[in-house]
Design a protein around this ligand. Sequence first.
Ligand code: NAI
Length: 308
Amino acid sequence: MKVTVVGAGAVGASCAEYIAMKNFASEVVLVDIKEGFAEGKAMDLMQTASLNGFDTKITGTTGDYSKTAGSHVAVITSGIPRKPGMTREELIGINAGIVKDVTANLVKNSPNVIIIVVSNPMDTMAYLVHKTSGLPKERIIGMGGALDSARFKYRLAEALGSPISDVDGMVIAAHSDTGMLPLYSKATRNGVPVSEFLSDEQKAYVIEETKVGGATLTKLLGTSAWYAPGAAVSVMVQAIACDQKKMIPCSLMLDGEYGESDICLGVPAIIGKNGVEKIVNISLTDEEKAKFAEAAKAVREVNGDLKF
Ligand code: NAI
């Protein structure tokens, strides 16, 4: 299983590292536009192989896509991240051009690739890849829900005072500060609804901190986060590589599911060797349905700024 990661920056390198550490891929190719950068990151990571005990071969290239030929999965992390105070949507101008270009190069060299889109604004970038790549929709997956759900679980465990492994929860809809929809009504601790344990005040805290999870880190770090994003991508790549048929919330092209069409939004899906094996239809409360529709409206407006 060969994996390409475009963008050897914070998220791309972290993602390559987690993939290698999990030892399921034979090869990871890092691609960057900055001269020597991907080669350097690849060499540094390869020098951790004997220390961390993995056999995955990591190589780097400055923009030579022939080295990515025959990739099963490609992850697009190239582009600029947000700075403190910026929204993800403000990145569209620069990132749309980069994502479109990168997609064309990937598909030319790996016509059967499954693309995982990470660059922000992610739901719109995933939509752009659908509109420009010519790939079947099952092969284009946006990464947002896996990360946002991990942040939701972190905040739930904090409020409950529980180990994270006792907690379950999922975030769907848009990967944006306002459009994220943490499904509080379905969150559980050891199978018991968390509403049994938390006050309304704690509920409001968990939901708000989940939604601004990325912005909180951007403020602290001066740029956006990388460990949890990299780990979230590696979980998705592993689900494909090992045909795990795992349910992961991802930004997918909808065709009537959840009442929306011609838009990429976060919904739960079974991820396996073919990419998206199935979109899972879970029942939403009326309030959740309204929030999902609101998120769709906002993403559609951002999509309107795209030029193909
Ligand atoms: P970074 O600046 O550390 O890395 C981006 C890399 O992309 C740089 O090394 C740059 O040289 C490279 N690059 C730029 N144009 C390129 C091109 N045409 N071809 C190949 N490489 C190119 O940024 P970071 O923190 O890794 O973030 C990357 C993107 O991921 C940002 O758009 C960020 O907003 C997004 N992101 C998305 C998340 C999600 O949940 N979907 C989570 C975290 C970040």
